[in-house]
Ligand binder design. Structure first.
Ligand SMILES: [Zn+2]
Length: 195
């Protein structure tokens, strides 16, 4: 009988011990999960963007329908950083953009609406401090409008689909066009060519 009661005591202790073990291990297990998914998150933050943007129903890489939406709508669907350049026409700091020295082969899209803008073939190394291209992927990808802000006479480049401010174009680019499309990285998405 004594042996049996000892055994029962040990069995009774086992359950709380198991719970304690799990409680102690929980943070370690959770940390392990975080560690395992970290490279995946890191990849999302890289140059490569996704074809869809959660929270932005207007974003499409295939729909070319022109969008005419008020800033109040864009303010809700764009990140603060993209909104400031795309809708408030701010310019990102020189030499700060993620695509400045980027040499990946693929296509660049409007970060606000997904409209195809440039091919990597048209990108060239420039010293101006912003990613530069010598031609858009197709004529209607972008629109132009005169910009006389900051006491300068420049030509503003806007997205042909959503009207987002992208940057400016100058006449000191390389052949074959002689144009320099000086773009803000923050309003560009990049997708590499498939194999
Ligand atoms: Zn756009």
């Amino acid at each position: 009988m004594g042996g049996l009661s000892m055994h029962s005591t040990v069995r009774c202790l086992k359950a709380p011990q198991a719970v304690l073990f799990l409680l102690l291990m929980l943070p370690a297990l959770l940390a392990g999960c975080g560690g395992a998914t970290f490279p995946e998150n890191e990849k999302d933050d890289s140059m490569i963007s996704k074809q869809e943007k959660p929270g932005n129903p207007y974003y499409s890489r295939t729909d070319t329908t022109t969008l005419d939406l008020p800033d109040s709508v864009w303010a809700k669907v764009l990140t603060k950083e993209v909104y400031r350049v795309a809708r408030q026409k701010e310019t990102e700091q020189a030499f700060s953009g993620k695509f400045l020295d980027f040499e990946g082969r693929g296509s660049y899209f409007c970060a606000a609406c997904g409209n195809a803008l440039f091919r990597s073939d048209a990108k060239f190394a420039d010293t101006c401090g912003w990613p530069s291209f010598f031609e858009p992927v197709r004529e209607k990808s972008i629109f132009y409008q005169p910009d006389t802000s900051h006491g300068l006479v420049r030509t503003e480049v806007i997205c042909g689909r959503c009207g987002a401010h992208l940057g400016h174009v100058f006449d000191d680019g390389p052949p074959p066009t002689g144009k320099r499309f000086c773009m803000n990285s923050i309003v560009l998405d990049f997708e590499p060519d498939g194999e």
